[in-house]
Design a binder for this molecule. Structure first.
Ligand code: SPQ
Length: 430
């Protein structure tokens, strides 16, 4: 494990970067390419550890996949072309890999064992295993199926109507992937709309899925066809630089080719509500996933309240939004975000504890946090706790600190943004 010393550098950020491909879409491109018939070409794939775990799992299921940096080709033979793996599928740190894979494996007539790292071993799985078992899969795991290692015995599935108890794109996607293989119709009702990359991708692969208000419907037995996918940059990765540009005095930066899917752009709404100086220039094309360039300049910010339907649209950005709020005038309240407790770490606790170590006045609540604004940050030793988003948030925090920051477990950033420090240093260079 490596500790990184982040020297305080109050210099402004300037220039232009292209953030890496979207993590959620990269996982799905490999998954759908693997269950479709024919070749799928993927451009701007994210070669981060999580997405490489997804590739490794599908190779163990017999799919031929070539990957060279951000170029990936998947040689799909249809879902029936997947074969029983000879070893456990190891998902590393990736919740998306394990939960969506379970949806696929639920319909396949063999047994598979799934396992991940120590963070995955703490993350809840019954949210996925309950609906998949209702559809006909047999899934076992530690603590009555709540935790890994998990064993999935797939087979004949039947469509269900399922009200999601939590707003989760991973649960919705796992049920849709099982629904594709089930008899009849599968209907999912979301409490709040979550990211819709799976629905968009089913259509890109020639399938049909219907959405009306809070309900998503899919009919089983559809065959998908390989296609070409060009993945936009990840707005969750761009978020670190959007915040850096907004809070470091004198900054003026441009982020190219950022995904602008409305189910993911909550952070842009928050920046606008706080009075940040941002200019969004969407590309004028009919891509399955919208994208554009974003320019952000330093400006004075005001506190805001972040709650309700906005939460799933920015759930992964909350750590860095908490940092943003330390520089706004007034008190920012984040609520309805209890889901943060079951991410790579308990992100309410890790954000509050680590920012407190830097001298921030921040308070944890049951479902979020309260951050007092206009704060000066000190410095000290902090840890990413193995959580990529905590590591990157703390690295941006160091830009505002009076003293040196030592970041333990900084290697965690490679889960979603292997070139994070290269991009950061490029913007810091004058
Ligand atoms: O894949 P993983 O580990 O769950 O990744 C995270 C992240 O911060 O990168 C969450 F910890 O993103 C999830 C996100 O929070 C990715 C995701 C997806 O691709 O469908 C959906 C969200 O999770 P959920 O549980 O709300 O569905």
């Amino acid at each position: 494990m490596s500790a990184k010393t982040l020297k305080t550098n109050k210099a402004s950020l300037e220039g232009e970067i292209k953030v890496p491909g979207d993590k959620s879409i990269s996982h799905r491109a490999v998954m759908f390419g693997s269950i479709a018939e024919g070749i799928t070409h993927v451009e701007n794939f994210l070669p981060g550890e999580d997405c490489l775990s997804t590739i490794s799992c599908f190779r163990k299921l017999g799919v031929v996949i070539s990957q060279n940096g951000s170029e990936v080709t998947v040689f799909g033979k249809g879902i029936d072309g997947l074969v029983r793996p000879e070893e456990t599928l190891y998902v590393g740190n990736s919740g998306t890999t394990i939960r969506l894979m379970m949806g696929i494996l639920s319909g396949l007539p063999f047994e598979t064992r799934l396992e991940g790292d120590e963070s995955i071993a703490r993350r809840p799985m019954t949210r996925v295993t309950i609906p998949l078992s209702e559809m006909g899969a047999r899934i076992a795991g530690r603590n009555n199926g709540e935790f890994t290692p998990l064993t999935v015995n797939g087979g004949d599935l039947s469509g269900i109507t399922y009200h999601l108890p939590v707003a989760s794109a991973q649960v919705k996607s796992a049920i849709l992937l099982a629904g594709l293989q089930a008899s009849g119709e599968t209907v999912i009702i979301e409490p709040v709309k979550t990211r819709d990359h799976t629905e968009r991708m089913i259509k890109q692969f020639g399938g049909e899925v219907e959405r009306k208000d809070d309900t998503v419907k899919i009919t089983g037995g559809q065959a998908l066809k390989g296609t070409s996918i060009n993945i936009p940059g990840d707005i969750s990765s761009a978020a670190f630089f959007l915040v850096a540009g907004a809070v470091v005095p004198g900054s003026d930066i441009v982020l190219k080719n950022v995904g602008l899917n409305p189910t993911r752009t909550g952070i842009l709404d928050v920046l606008e509500a706080m009075g940040a100086d941002i200019l969004i220039s969407p590309y004028d094309n009919d891509a399955a996933e919208p994208a554009g360039d974003i320019r952000v300049k330093y400006s004075k910010l005001n506190a805001t309240t972040i709650e309700g339907e906005l939460i799933p649209r920015l759930i992964d950005e909350i750590p860095v939004i908490a940092l943003l709020a330390t520089q706004a005038e007034g008190r920012t309240v984040i609520k309805d975000a209890a889901e943060l407790k079951v991410k790579e770490t308990n992100r309410i606790d890790t954000v509050v504890n680590e920012l407190s170590k830097l001298g921030v006045n921040i308070e944890a609540t049951d479902d979020g946090m309260i951050i007092n604004g206009m704060q000066s940050l000190d410095g000290g030793t902090v840890s990413a706790h193995g959580d990529h988003r905590i590591g990157m948030m703390l690295s941006i925090a160091a830009l505002l600190c009076e003293n040196e920051v030592i970041l333990e477990q900084s290697e965690a950033v490679a889960v979603s943004y292997p070139a994070f420090y290269d991009d950061l240093y490029q913007l810091m260079k004058k």
